[in-house]
Design a protein around this ligand. Structure first.
Ligand SMILES: *[C@@H]1O[C@H](CO)[C@@H](O)[C@H](O)[C@H]1NC(C)=O
Ligand SMILES: *[C@@H]1O[C@H](CO)[C@@H](O)[C@H](O)[C@H]1NC(C)=O
Ligand SMILES: *[C@@H]1O[C@H](CO)[C@@H](O)[C@H](O)[C@H]1NC(C)=O
Ligand SMILES: *[C@@H]1O[C@H](CO)[C@@H](O)[C@H](O)[C@H]1NC(C)=O
Ligand SMILES: *[C@@H]1O[C@H](CO)[C@@H](O)[C@H](O)[C@H]1NC(C)=O
Ligand SMILES: *[C@@H]1O[C@H](CO)[C@@H](O)[C@H](O)[C@H]1NC(C)=O
Ligand SMILES: *[C@@H]1O[C@H](CO)[C@@H](O)[C@H](O)[C@H]1NC(C)=O
Length: 541
């Protein structure tokens, strides 16, 4: 235990900004700032998703709704880009999303003030939550409204990149699969072209590096998403990562495991796991379970570390699951897979409310239209899933680095194990959907005969038979999440007290309430970790 304690202490004191290793244990809720909550909490003023105008969401609004996010068990949020964007309206709207930067030294005042953003960071850190900021380093933006981008940009409107020398000359990306072209030419279109920064130039690099260091220290930022990382000169990514000194996940929208794993090997420690995302869609919305099992194996074999990737099933760029298939059971399987798979879960606002929207901009409906319903089925499920993940992390130091793998794959089931022996989470996933019938699934399982497992969504126990097999009753295509029953202590699930209560009881009370003393030892270490880490944050705040 003391060895563990010492390593925890040195970890907490040596790095204030949160590293990739530290982020692995987090669970992130993606906030789309303009569409999450207004400062005054109003919900009736119009917000027409199709028109693409600012709808009034703010950083202050986020502060006012942190209970909603924390109530699902998320301990980090990612917010939209924070810098000033171009003003003005085109046929598809305004810069409400934050991806049209004009002045990187000024905040986007649609979202709030310097003080509001400081307060958001502080409010998060007081709850032990972390702040991730979406970041645009590939480009600036300009409204040409149809005129030729090659000749109609007035570069002096940009701060600080007020000269065309900072940019690649205009060219159109005619093939997004041609990486050198996609990196050298401009994203956007001829209505709002996105002038492409010459990120291979040392001037541009040094400006962006100093800028991000300022943002991180001013606003106590814990992590970054790098927008359009696919379009950034790849050799800049490790330099930017080093300058920032914290976790970043870089958007490379790409289905190929080879390319994604190459990015992780060579350029950036984390990228959103698009290959598994596409395979997950095949599995649950098209019934091709094999595709997912195959992709998981491929990613494990090619990527240096699948546990550092970002695990997602929705974001502001892709269609909502409910638009591909409105089935609630499928939505539950997808959420369970996303949170319990390898990597840092990132759940996009509205997924917990089963929002629809088949693509941009329809996938950006204001969250307030849900009335922040904490009884929503997927909201409740997210809370359970985050709790069991936290429980596995607490009692199994190997959980986060354990590479999840399928232990069984049927015609409509995929069963995935993650975690060390006798501590593992077994996710039994189904593609049958709500109309699926009742049947028993017999699983060859790596538990000893006679051991009891708890299905944590419904809080029922099952016993492993004398052949080491487990019969799991399936019904209505619902997922089953299994965990050793004698390891549930402190999970806060199934009427078992949560870790807070558990830790307190242990401190003031020598009698053993714990089924397993190893749990209480790690509980103490975990408590210490929290207090040391908490004070580390107090120092930088
Ligand atoms: C939103 O705006 C579009 C385009 O202006 C319009 O066609 C649509 O009817 C509007 N929707 C609502 C609900 O007002
Ligand atoms: C762009 O053009 C449309 C008409 O095509 C016009 O309504 C709009 O105001 C223009 N926007 C800007 C910023 O010039
Ligand atoms: C370019 O933008 C600058 C700054 O907004 C402005 O002062 C200047 O007049 C513009 N130049 C042209 C040719 O429009
Ligand atoms: C399922 O996906 C795999 C890819 O892993 C593919 O080879 C196979 O053809 C797909 N099956 C069906 C029925 O589409
Ligand atoms: C499941 O088994 C554990 C350990 O045997 C027990 O403490 C718990 O109460 C049981 N839960 C249910 C729902 O039966
Ligand atoms: C644990 O439960 C208590 C009440 O039973 C609650 O006040 C507290 O917020 C819970 N803590 C966590 C981390 O869920
Ligand atoms: C310790 O906790 C147990 C179980 O909660 C309780 O029965 C016992 O009275 C407590 N002992 C003391 C000294 O508080």
């Amino acid at each position: 235990m003391w060895l563990q304690l010492i390593s925890v202490l040195s970890l907490a004191t040596s790095s204030l900004a949160a590293s990739t290793e530290e982020w692995k244990g987090r669970s992130v809720y993606q906030v789309f700032t303009d569409r999450f909550a207004r400062t005054d909490g109003s919900t009736t003023a119009p917000c027409n998703t199709t028109e693409g105008l600012y709808c009034g969401g703010t950083w202050r609004g986020i502060i006012n709704h942190l209970d909603y996010i924390e109530g699902m068990g998320f301990d980090a949020i990612m917010i939209s880009p924070i810098v000033q964007n171009i003003e003005g309206r085109v046929s598809y709207g305004e810069a409400y999303h934050g991806y049209w930067p004009q002045d990187i030294y000024t905040l986007n005042d649609h979202f709030g003030s310097h003080q509001d953003l400081l307060d958001l960071g502080n409010a998060l850190h007081e709850r032990g939550m972390w702040l991730m900021i979406d970041t645009v380093i590939n480009n600036m933006a300009y409204i040409t409204n149809g005129s030729n981008p090659a000749t109609s940009i007035n570069y002096s409107i940009f701060t600080p990149f007020n000269n065309e020398d900072y940019f690649h000359p205009y060219c159109e990306i005619t093939n997004y699969e041609n990486y050198p072209l996609a990196q050298r030419c401009w994203t956007g279109d001829d209505i709002v072209p996105l002038p492409d920064l010459k990120t291979e130039s040392s001037d541009v690099q040094s400006i962006l590096e100093k800028w991000i260091q300022g943002i991180i220290s001013t606003y106590s930022v814990d992590g970054l998403r790098i927008d359009a990382a696919k379009h950034v000169t790849p050799s800049f990514l490790p330099n930017f990562y080093k300058a920032a000194g914290l976790f970043m996940t870089g958007e490379v929208m790409e289905a190929s495991a080879e390319i994604i794993c190459n990015y992780q090997s060579n350029w950036i420690p984390s990228v959103p796991n698009y290959p598994v995302y596409y395979a997950m869609l095949s599995a649950f919305t098209e019934g091709n379970i094999t595709a997912l099992a195959d992709e998981l194996a491929l990613m494990s074999s090619l990527c240096p570390d699948t546990t550092a990737l970002a695990s997602f099933s929705e974001n502001h760029d892709v269609g909502r699951i409910a638009s591909m298939n409105p089935d609630m059971s499928l939505a539950k399987n997808i959420l369970a897979f996303t949170i319990l798979a390898d990597g840092v879960p990132m759940i996009y606002q509205g997924q917990e409310q089963h929002f629809t929207g088949s693509g941009t901009p329809d996938n950006r409906k204001a969250l307030w239209l849900s009335n922040y319903d904490t009884n929503a089925e997927l909201y409740q499920l997210a809370s359970i899933l985050n709790k069991i993940r936290k429980q596995a992390m607490r009692i199994d130091p190997g959980y986060l680095d354990f590479k999840a793998y399928p232990i069984y794959s049927g015609s409509s089931e995929l069963v995935i194990r993650k975690g060390s022996e006798r501590r593992q989470i077994i996710s039994v996933l189904s593609s049958n959907g709500e109309n699926g019938g009742a049947y028993d699934l017999t699983l060859p399982i790596s538990y000893e005969p006679g051991s009891v497992v708890t299905e944590v969504i419904n809080c029922v126990n099952y016993t492993v038979d004398d052949k080491g097999q487990l019969q799991v009753p399936m019904n209505k295509g619902l997922p089953r999440i299994l965990f050793p029953a004698d390891q549930m202590g402190g999970s806060g699930l199934c009427n078992i007290g949560n870790w807070t209560n558990y830790g307190k009881a242990k401190k003031g009370n020598g009698s053993s309430a714990a089924p397993d003393t190893r749990i209480s030892l790690s509980a103490l270490c975990f408590g210490l970790f929290i207090s040391v880490f908490g004070s580390a944050f107090a120092l930088i705040a």
